[in-house]
Design a binder for this molecule. Structure first.
Ligand code: ATP
Ligand code: MG
Length: 250
């Protein structure tokens, strides 16, 4: 039997026949409308692409379809403060492997505050470095979550985790993700970070106006734009901003 059967999430596809109308959100989003089948890597799968291409919509629907709380957090968290998630999860066919996740977590960047409150309320701070996440900075608390709470055999869906992390912490996050993947954790990550998406043991899916396709790391705009900018900062700024009196003293 192929080892792929033992990963937790194997693939997702759109149950096209159940979609009420392709003229209503979220089925108007090209990446959703053209969603055939996405195969997940046993380690890490990235969703990348321009703002508004549907990464969060897809990740959230996947989280709900996999039984995770749509506002972030694990299966133990049953809090609901809003009902804005789309009905997409009802129209997804999620194929799971033989292995059940030992742990699972969905992190929706903008709802991290709610998750921190819930952790305080549940009095489970021990698992989070023994300090309320509210008393830690955004990056510190996210790092605590990643390093103290996540473990082998877990299924982790993360939306733009880089929002909290400095570049050095993003590099450390790569090493941590690698350790967890070696211990059979599986990640699906929506990201804009050219550092995170460099993780070599991964599938990268590019969402765009044309739908979804798998791309190589160096093919991504994130890699190319960041590389070109950092290699030619002055020329890039000149091209973008032109020569301006405002910059003369500098
Ligand atoms: N509740 C909603 N009703 C209608 N349209 C919505 C709703 N939520 C999101 N959208 C639209 O769906 C599209 C996809 O949004 P989504 O948040 O999934 O994009 P994204 O790829 O995660 O973008 P970003 O990189 O900025 O996070 C956007 O055009 C957005 O405006
Ligand atoms: Mg998003």
């Amino acid at each position: 039997m192929s080892s792929v059967l033992f990963q937790m999430l194997r693939s997702v596809s759109l149950k096209r026949e159940t979609v009420p109308s392709f003229t209503e959100y979220p089925f108007t989003i090209p990446a959703v409308r053209h969603l055939d089948e996405i195969e997940f890597h046993a380690g890490v799968t990235f969703f990348v692409g321009e703002n508004g291409t549907g990464k969060s919509t897809l990740l959230e629907a996947l989280a709900v379809a996999a039984g995770l709380n749509a506002e972030g957090g694990s299966r133990n968290f049953l809090f609901h403060t809003r009902e804005t998630h789309s009905p997409l999860h009802r129209h997804l066919r999620v194929v799971r492997g033989a292995k059940r996740p030992r742990d699972s977590y969905f992190m929706r960047a903008e709802c991290f505050y709610n998750v921190a409150t819930e952790i305080d309320n549940l009095d489970v701070a021990d698992a989070y470095g023994n300090r309320s996440l509210h008393e830690q900075s955004h990056g510190e608390s996210f790092w605590t979550l990643l390093s103290e709470r996540f473990g082998g055999g877990g299924l982790y869906l993360l939306d733009e985790p880089e929002a909290a992390l400095s570049p050095s912490r993003q590099l450390s996050a790569l090493a941590l993700v690698h350790r967890l993947v070696r211990e059979k954790a599986q990640f699906v990550i929506a990201t804009h970070s050219p550092i995170l998406m460099a993780y070599p043991n991964a599938f990268i899916y590019l969402l765009s106006e044309d739908g979804i396709r798998r791309v190589a790391y160096r093919e991504t705009e994130h890699y190319q734009v960041t590389r070109d900018f950092l290699n030619h900062v002055d020329a890039s700024l000149d091209a973008l901003l032109g020569k301006d009196d405002l910059f003369e003293d500098e």
